[in-house]
Design a protein. Structure first.
Lengths: 221, 194
């Protein structure tokens, strides 16, 4: 096991209170909007998919010490280093010192509205009939996997109920590893609070749902 | 960080990977065009137009697209509606998934460890951090955005807004109320007296 994510935070203790902020406060430093835009513009070159970029971010060793745009910037550099699109001496100097590695496309200013408005839908033709139906009881897969996954630790092994069937979607685990889209049925699975947090936890009158691909699930007795 | 980002932008431009004018366009888009006022218009429409409301609850992606809000990080939308019995709250415990076309860029707290860790276990504690208190009898439903489905909370229409126009109603719909950490604003005393 070598894959370690630092981003799976659901239910973890010790992070303290949430600090609200006013609606107009989008950025907290001048470099943040540029880091955001660089990330979006490089994402638009098609050099990697969104699951690969999430995998890069969540495995940064210093993830928990970084602000969110620092995480994005660090991951962007790493993704480009990995692909030979940029070399360390170029990051250090801010100058091009090696030939460019061609990208599939360059996002031009005039195309920004259309590209954003189109997005990247993940729904695909279903590979077969859905295994589960609304109302069915399921148990979530348990155990560490050695790659990016979208199955949070706090629901692993837990029993839930299918609440919605979303159609087949690009399977993040496979897509992040460059193994293709391998679309699977996607479900909303809802859990009761006692199942997640035990009978001793203070009652909130709460249920929690996640969106889960079919291979995360097995039938529950 | 400023120098580091500037250096990177410079190299990427020299290498022909990016068009710096596209960066300006991206930033301008999320500073002036795509933000929570979009979502507020969706909510206000749902409050005044029962047909739109039903469409929104049945096919949020299409209903929201009819107002011109589509695309990146909102490709597959679901609307969830608050009632006296049920209060919805949205989180992404694994990263920062958020419905960009209707809410814009996520606030820092939405991406922070305190919110992501506590929203699924202690949502009433999180609500208290926002000054929001709900009756014990109100069931809290937390939606962890773990795939590419994005959730928009439709807050309850505040009392005392009968006869308000859509534009007036939209002013009561804060970003946080569409994530579910606050309720829609109450009409100011002056407004309701008018």
């Amino acid at each position: 096991m070598s894959y370690v994510t630092h981003a799976d935070l659901g239910g973890q203790p010790g992070f303290g209170p949430v600090t609200p902020e006013p609606e107009g406060e989008l950025f907290h430093a001048g470099w943040e909007p540029r880091a955001l835009a660089l990330t979006l513009a490089m994402g638009a070159t098609g050099s990697w998919n969104i699951d690969a970029s999430r995998a890069m971010r969540e495995t940064l060793p210093n993830y928990r010490d970084l602000s969110y745009y620092q995480i994005w910037l660090e991951a962007l550099e790493q993704l480009m280093l990995q692909r030979g699109q940029i070399l360390p001496d170029e990051i250090a100097s801010g100058e091009m010192r090696h030939p460019a590695a061609p990208v599939a496309r360059v996002l031009q200013a005039g195309n920004v509205p259309a590209v954003l408005a189109k997005g990247s839908p993940t729904e695909r033709t279903a590979p077969g009939p859905a295994r589960f139906a609304v109302g069915e009881a399921v148990r979530m897969h348990i155990g560490k996997v050695d790659h990016h996954t979208r199955l949070p630790g706090y629901v692993q092994g837990k029993r839930g109920t299918i609440e919605h069937v979303h159609g087949a979607h690009v399977f993040a685990d496979a897509n992040a590893q460059g193994l293709g889209e391998q679309p699977q049925w996607l479900y909303t699975v809802v859990f009761e609070e006692a199942e997640l947090w035990g009978d001793a936890a203070p009652r909130q009158n709460l249920s929690v749902s996640v969106d889960a691909w079919e291979s995360y699930l097995e039938p529950a007795a | 960080m400023d120098l580091r980002v500037r250096a990177l932008e410079s190299v990427l431009t020299q290498k022909g990977y990016i068009d710096p004018a596209a960066l300006d366009a991206l930033i301008d888009t999320y500073q002036t065009r795509i933000g929570p006022r979009n979502g507020a218009r969706v909510v206000a429409r749902a409050w005044v137009d029962p047909n739109f409301h039903d469409w929104l609850m049945a096919d949020a992606t299409a209903a929201i697209a009819s107002l011109g809000y589509t695309g990146r990080q909102g490709e597959h939308m679901v609307a969830v509606q608050n009632t006296n019995d049920e209060h919805h709250m949205v989180v992404c415990t694994l990263c920062s998934c958020y419905p960009w076309p209707v809410l814009g860029l996520p606030p820092t707290w939405y991406k922070s460890a305190p919110y992501r860790s506590r929203a699924v276990k202690d949502p009433r504690g999180v609500l208290a951090d926002f000054g929001t208190a709900l009756p014990e009898t109100t069931r809290i439903r937390v939606w962890d955005s773990t795939a590419e489905v994005r959730y928009l909370v439709i807050p309850q229409r505040p009392a005392g807004t009968e006869g308000w126009s859509e534009d007036e109603l939209a002013t009561l719909v804060s970003r946080d109320s569409m994530i579910g950490t606050r309720l829609a604003d109450a009409p100011a005393a002056a407004r309701s007296a008018a």
